[in-house]
Design a protein around this ligand. Structure first.
Ligand code: PMP
Length: 433
């Protein structure tokens, strides 16, 4: 179909997520028609690097032959059957694979579609777990300032943002909050070098005060949508200890960080933490199809077993839970990831070196990186839009979040591809400056 018709129909009918639509309709957006490796092609035939991994989820690039054929093979058997009352092969094998790879003790896998579904399931599991154990008053979930967990109401409830969620106040329960370790702007006014992670004492105080009604604490190991803010080493371990002291479950949201993005299979592993509930999404299917998972322990699972009349069942699920095509893609992606993972640290080091001249620019306030997640915060009141528009003109798609320019290339990008992407980034910053 020709580009003008596509654009006219897009403007007439498609409501884009997180998008001021009046401005969108007046703009001249790219229409992506195909992809190859780490590049996307638009309807005018121009190629662009996928510098945000198609919203932080592409792992091995696009049109990867192993994942493509895993999906095609599955398509020749069955595209979808339900997990309500039936089982299917790819969802079983992937669950076994995840249980083998996940942090210790996470042996049970509950599937969803998007990352928010994984968070929603984790919140409900935590609350019902306590109810089933005889503590029905534990219904609140402590979240950290600036963390993001998705856009369904449960996920929004634990990460309320004044500018996005004002209209929904009446629908959100007012969960307690604790400060996240934003080390660039320390919430307790310390210096990272000798802070001893002092902000944990505030977490300890809030959890101790709220413990009687607290089902869980939910945390991102690297605050993603808040602007790529890695928690310091030892922070998540500290949160784990606090939860254990107060009979509060720990939910770790690794929708963005999980499956290699930080250089480890799971960011939790870097702090030696096993949560009670682990949320995965985005890269779980290699970024091919909507697939997420909530992993949990035998102990949490056991709280949901009993006679049917006891009402302990987890009555929660979706039509596409455990979709065989998505799980087949997930299995193929995990096979590739096991070989790819050892190379991520060297790629992250290459990126870190290339970011040094950008960090020195006067328009840049802070550069933050964990693995292949990068956030470059601009000084003053500048937003990232100018830089991302300049990068697009030079052939790379990136997206800002407020004043932070996000660079999150596919993990499988080669050194040459990374160097070309970083050259575009450097030129875009230099021109904006
Ligand atoms: N949790 C985190 C940490 C995320 O970064 C995101 C998405 N950016 C989500 C949850 C929500 O995932 P989804 O958009 O797939 O619902």
């Amino acid at each position: 179909m020709d580009k003008d018709t596509l654009l006219a129909w897009d403007r007439a009918h498609v409501w884009h997520p997180f998008t001021p639509m009046r401005q969108w309709i007046e703009s001249d957006p790219l229409v992506i028609t195909e992809a190859d490796g780490v590049r996307l092609r638009d309807a005018d035939g121009r190629w662009y690097y996928d510098g945000v991994s198609s919203l932080w989820l592409n792992v091995h690039g696009h049109r990867v032959k192993e994942i493509d054929s895993a999906i095609r093979d599955q398509l020749d058997r069955v595209a979808h059957t339900t997990l309500l009352g039936l089982a299917n092969e790819p969802s079983i094998v992937l669950a076994k694979r995840l249980a083998d790879l996940a942090p210790a003790g996470l042996t049970k896998v509950f599937y969803g579609g998007d990352g928010a579904c994984a968070v929603e399931a984790a919140i409900k599991m935590a609350v019902q777990c306590h109810a089933n154990r005889g503590r029905p008053e534990k219904t609140f979930v402590l979240g950290f300032t600036g963390n993001y967990h998705g856009d369904t109401l449960g996920a929004v409830g634990v990460a309320k943002d004044e500018s996005f969620h004002e209209a929904f106040g009446a629908l959100l329960p007012g969960h307690p909050k604790a400060p996240y370790p934003h080390c660039f702007r320390c919430p307790v006014g310390k210096d990272r070098a000798d802070c001893g992670i002092a902000c944990l004492s505030e977490v300890r105080a809030v959890v101790a005060r709220e413990a009687h009604r607290l089902a869980a604490v939910i945390a991102e190991p690297v605050e993603g949508a808040g602007g790529i803010i890695p928690a310091p080493e030892g922070w998540l371990r500290g949160v784990r200890e606090i939860c254990d002291e107060h009979d509060v479950l720990l939910i770790v949201d690794e929708v963005a960080t999980g499956l290699g993005r930080t250089g480890s299979l799971f960011a939790c592993d870097e702090d030696g933490v096993s949560p009670d509930l682990l949320c995965l999404g985005k890269g779980l299917s290699g970024g091919y199809l909507p697939l997420s998972a909530t992993l949990t322990t035998q102990a949490v699972f056991d709280a949901f077993t009993g006679e049917v009349e006891e009402g302990k069942t987890f009555f929660h699920g979706h039509s596409f839970t455990g979709n065989p095509l998505a799980c087949a893609a997930g299995l193929a992606s995990l096979d590739l990831l096991v070989d790819l993972l050892p190379s991520v640290a060297a790629k992250a080091a290459l990126v870190a070196r290339a970011l040094e001249p950008i960090a020195a620019l006067p328009i840049v306030d802070d550069v933050r990186q964990r693995g292949l997640m990068v956030g470059i915060e601009l000084a003053g009141d500048r937003t990232g839009h100018e830089v991302t528009a300049l990068a697009r003109r030079r052939g790379m798609i990136i997206r800002p979040i407020g004043k932070v320019v996000i660079f999150l290339p596919p993990l499988a990008s080669t050194d040459d591809e990374l160097n070309e992407m970083l050259a575009i980034l450097r030129d875009a910053f230099a021109e904006a400056g």
